[in-house]
Design a protein around this ligand. Structure first.
Ligand code: NAD
Length: 438
């Protein structure tokens, strides 16, 4: 008997598409996770090969006038991974380490994330290779506007909707939207929907700034009781204390958790009696980092990871948890607030140690969910209250967590594969009814 398309061995997809056999490559890692989950649910071969590559890879180079009068050339990307379920959606980052394969992975994860929470978007991601600390405000504004104009013909309110990510913020989204709206073809006000994460006074949504941290907290509140960890008094450590973990730490503290250790690019701190995340947030705003916070002890990297906690929340950059860090970890649960925080060796070590990993496509989906609410509000020219945003966000996160848990129980797999399987259930159904053109 000949094998049907869905019975093809897993390696055949990567071989068919000519992927290099590099297990340390973040893109390969993301595709392999998808293929593992695809095996579990017997996803059609055609859907696997479509998802294994982005639909469009846009690379741009553009000049920006610097304050001293000379022009500097910048490299930017916009990856449009998949739009079967709706317009491409995903942030763009300004960071010196922006590389094509990483942006492709992040775009891929956005497709999965939107499908896990069942919002009507596909996945995209963008970035510019730049160290914003070397730019003046004027240079940053000109860079943001030139990036927008470089990709303007490929994006749009019903085509591809960017948002903030590492190194970008609400002000940059406002410059981005203004540039899009001022261009001759897009002057009508509906064009405001071309980007989310805008300031509240210019079409932004209440609750967007804290949304990703809130979503992490909502997911933990839904899942931890089933794992036997009470929220009240649970011990937490945070890697990264920026937008996501700065807010997440404060919200978890309000729910009764004790934050005992925090790390960022400026250092590592611990206080076994608890770190007041509201005071730390203020310190971080004033000084640009957590180092020097008086109410906690400065520790080293190893002591940070070895701190015994119930939940460890990596919310900094990708691939920071390698085998060494995973070896040090002393936690029951890891909630991935950052995208792809573990490299393959770190991920394997966490599995061997029996750490329950709540994957990023579920745990940090709160940001894109409230971005969707912002887009809906802009489309309908209405504004929702903060309470309505919180309520709707919680509903989406709870249902997504329950769906993932149900898939885990049915498929008897780790939560990461269960979340991917839940996303693929939805995308597979959409392709089934849409068919493949023509
Ligand atoms: P951010 O720039 O506000 O914060 C990043 C944090 O990481 C900072 O505290 C920084 O000090 C820390 N950091 C950087 N390098 C570090 C290092 N070498 N060691 C320790 N800490 C380091 O970014 P963010 O918006 O909070 O995003 C964090 C992660 O969450 C990223 O992976 C991002 O893609 C992901 N994410 C963000 C959102 C969002 O809405 N902002 C949504 C989904 C996912």
């Amino acid at each position: 008997m000949t094998a049907t398309a869905t019975e093809l061995p897993r390696g055949s997809v990567t071989q068919e598409l000519g992927f290099p056999d590099d297990p340390d490559n973040l893109y390969t890692q993301t595709v392999n996770t998808m293929l593992n989950a695809a095996d579990l649910i017997n996803l059609k071969h055609r859907t696997r090969i479509i998802l294994a590559q982005p639909k469009n890879e846009i690379m741009v180079h553009f000049p920006v006038k610097m304050d001293d009068g000379h022009h500097k050339l910048f490299k930017g990307y916009r990856i449009q991974h998949n739009n079967a379920c709706g317009p491409y959606k995903g942030g763009f980052r300004f960071h010196p380490d922006v590389h094509l394969d990483d942006v492709k992975s992040l775009a891929f994860l956005m497709t999965m994330k939107c499908a896990v929470v069942r919002i009507p978007f596909g996945g995209g991601k963008g970035g510019v290779k730049v160290d914003t600390r070397e730019l003046s405000d004027g240079e940053l504004q000109r860079l943001s506007r030139r990036y927008c104009s470089a990709i303007m013909d490929q994006i749009g309110p019903d085509v591809d909707i960017p948002a903030p990510d590492v190194g970008t913020n609400a002000q940059i989204m406002a410059w981005f939207a203004d540039t899009y709206m001022m261009s001759s073809a897009h002057q009508h006000h509906d064009a405001l929907r071309c980007v989310t994460g805008k300031p509240v006074e210019f079409g932004g949504s209440e609750g967007r700034e804290k949304a990703t941290g809130q979503g992490v907290a909502d997911t933990l509140a839904e899942m931890l009781p089933g794992i036997g960890i009470p929220l009240q008094g649970m011990k937490v450590s945070l890697l990264g204390f920026g937008n996501v973990n700065g807010w997440g730490g404060q919200i978890l503290q309000d729910m009764g958790a004790t934050i005992v250790a925090v790390a960022d690019h400026t250092g590592f701190i611990r206080n076994d009696n608890g770190i007041d995340c509201k005071a730390l947030y203020q310190h971080n705003m004033q000084t640009g980092g957590i180092a020097g916070y008086a109410e906690a002890d400065a520790i080293n990297e190893e002591d940070f990871y070895r701190t015994q906690v119930d939940v460890f929340i990596p919310g900094a950059l990708e691939q920071m948890i390698k085998e060494k860090q995973a070896d040090w970890l002393d936690c029951k649960v890891m909630a991935e607030a950052a995208n792809a925080p573990c490299d393959p060796s770190g991920d394997r070590r966490c599995q061997e140690k029996g750490i329950e990993v709540i994957p990023a496509i579920l745990a940090n989906a709160g940001g894109v969910t409230v971005s969707y609410f912002e887009w809906v509000q802009n489309k309908n020219a209405v504004t929702w209250s903060a309470e309505q945003v919180d309520r709707e966000l919680n509903r989406h996160m709870v249902v997504a967590a329950q769906r993932t848990l149900a898939r885990r129980n049915e498929l008897k797999c780790p939560l990461r594969e269960a979340a991917f399987a839940s996303a693929l259930d939805h995308i597979g159904d959409v392709y089934k009814v849409r068919g493949i053109f023509p």
